[in-house]
Write a protein that binds this ligand. Structure first.
Ligand code: HMG
Ligand code: MG
Length: 290
């Protein structure tokens, strides 16, 4: 078994973490969190969502967050479900956006109010316009290991959706285990299917840690050549349209795994712990402990 020598971490706490918190934070606190995370060496940070504020009120201030963020070496990404979202991103001078599809029809309808095929048609237009505006686009597929509404999902269908997103112009596709039901065996079967036609460096893993299996699943993915891992400071997170989706795997845990496996990551764990304490205090949560 051979692991990659270096891994890219995509920090999703300010978006996936905060979108599901009952406490709504002010803009200054969100900006401070993102800038603290950038100063830890995290080069890719999801900073907000340009979705409907009626659907996800916690992300309503994302325009202001992006406008207030200072210049940084880190790339700040925003979720954009449609053209309206992309237009907001362009107004805020965002350099990278993410579109998000699902592996199950039921989840697609609940999360973005359209079928998978309808979502792909919308994304194609969003990706085309983003590319003319020089904005990079990341793709997501949710519920890759199971759906809270319809149960099983089909790995062939997931491969087709990932291929479609890549051929439309996404530079990578992140595979979301939205409700944390994956096991290393499920992860292995999923990746075995996708890697038949997709290069490992085009894929990322986005594991929620509902049943405490995210680290084992990530280890499995790394062994199969995946080099990008999404995670969330202090394990914040969930999805408002997936009941039971607890936090994303904690960035602190991922860093510890990478250190154990001797994989380079470029993140200062001590500074990260301080950023973690900062946000836990603001949310009135106990400090994160492994
Ligand atoms: P819809 O109701 O079908 O949209 O929602 P619509 O086009 O009919 O518009 C309805 C209203 O929303 C209109 O306003 C639009 O202007 C407004 P009204 O006339 O009623 O006042 N609207 C917008 N406002 C601001 N920004 C926009 C926007 N678009 C429409 N971009 C829509 C469709 C996609 C908008 C909605 O379903 C939505 O916002 N969904 C987002 C849900 C979401 O953010 N979920 C969480 C993120 S995904 C996730 O967490 C999973 C992930 O982490 C991976 C994993 O874990 O698996 C990525
Ligand atoms: Mg998520």
């Amino acid at each position: 078994m051979s692991y990659p020598s270096a891994v890219k971490i995509v920090e999703v706490g300010p978006r996936d973490g905060l979108q599901n918190e009952a406490v709504s934070l002010d803009i200054a606190t969100k900006v401070e969190l993102i800038e603290r995370l950038a100063s830890c060496g995290l080069k890719n940070i999801e900073a907000g969502s340009f979705v409907s504020p009626k659907w996800v009120p916690q992300m309503a201030g994302s325009d202001e967050v992006f406008n207030q963020l200072g210049a940084s070496e880190s790339v700040y990404t925003a979720l954009t479900p449609n053209m309206r979202g992309l237009e907001r991103a362009i107004e805020c001078n965002v350099k990278e956006v993410a579109v998000f599809a699902a592996a199950s029809e039921a989840f697609s309808e609940k999360n973005i109010n359209c079928s998978i095929d309808e979502s792909l048609a919308k994304f194609e237009a969003v990706i085309q316009k983003a590319s003319t505006a020089n904005i990079r686009v990341r793709g997501y597929i949710s519920c890759v290991a199971g759906c809270p509404y319809q149960g099983d999902v089909d790995n062939h269908r997931i491969k087709d959706i990932a291929s479609a997103l890549l051929s439309m112009g996404c530079y990578e596709v992140s595979l979301g285990d939205t409700i944390g039901v994956a096991t290393p065996e499920i992860t292995e079967r999923l990746l075995t299917e996708l890697l038949k036609t997709i290069a490992p460096l085009k894929l990322a893993m986005h594991m929620h840690d509902t049943y405490g299996r995210a680290i084992d699943n990530i280890k499995q993915s790394l062994a199969m050549g995946i080099g990008t891992i999404d995670s969330s400071v202090a394990g914040l997170g969930g999805c408002p349209y997936a009941e039971g989706a607890s936090g994303n795997v904690a960035t602190e845990k991922v860093i510890r795994l990478l250190d154990e496996l001797n994989i380079a990551h470029g993140v200062d764990l001590q500074k990260l712990s301080q950023a973690s304490q900062f946000i836990c205090e603001k949310l009135g949560r106990p400090a994160f402990a492994d």
